[in-house]
Structure formats: C-alpha cells, structure tokens
Design a protein around this ligand. Structure first.
Ligand SMILES: [Zn+2]
Length: 114
C-alpha cells in the first residue's frame, strides 16, 4: 500500500546520503588520508574556520541517521518513533525524512538535555 511513498522517500534519502558523502569525501581528500577519524576531526576544525562550515561536525551523524532511515525502510519500520513506537507524522517526515522520533518524544529528549 505504502510502497510508492517508500520509493519516493528512499530516493530522497539516497540523494541526501550522496550529498553528505560528497562533502565527507571532499574532506578526506583534502586532508590527504582515507577515513582516519582523528584526521577528519582535525579537518573539520580547519574547514569550520576556513569556510564557516557550521554543519561539518554533524555530517557523520547525519550520514548515520540517513543510513539508518534507509535500513528502516528495508525492514518496514520506517516512519515509526524509535522511542514510543507511534507513527511519526508525515509532515515531520517531509521536513526531516530521517527523523527517528515523533515530535513529543523529540521535545521530551531535548528538554532533558537542557
Ligand atoms: Zn515517540
């Protein structure tokens, strides 16, 4: 029933992943190494300073979230909150296709962290 939607979301997530990978790739080559975490972190700092690249630190986290979302599509868990198991609202998924939690859970967690 939801197959068509899943295909769309999968495509979106895959292009998102490609974009993130491009940035990470570019960083790897610019730091002259192949994926050593420490060096990437150092490169992150450099890039942030050089380009004001605010999201750099979140890139790997984002990639992981996107890949997890793709994995959830494969396992038919996509769109469910990992915390309470409720469906995540389609509007939220449109804005944040790799959302892991529903809005109430997300808010609860953010409040806890503060
Ligand atoms: Zn929830």
């Amino acid at each position: 029933m939801k197959n068509e939607q899943n295909v769309k979301i999968r495509k979106r997530l895959q292009s998102l992943r490609d974009e993130i990978l491009k940035v990470i790739d570019w960083r790897d080559t610019s730091s002259g190494s192949n994926g050593a975490m420490d060096e990437i972190d150092q490169a992150n700092e450099l890039i942030e300073k050089e380009m004001g690249f605010v999201m750099s630190n979140n890139m790997r986290a984002n990639l992981k979230e996107v890949e997890e979302a793709l994995d959830r599509i494969d396992k038919n868990h996509y769109g469910k909150c990992l915390h309470c198991g409720q469906d995540i609202s389609p509007k939220r998924l449109e804005v944040l296709p790799f959302a892991r939690f529903c809005v109430p859970c997300q808010e609860k967690m953010e409040n806890k962290n503060r």
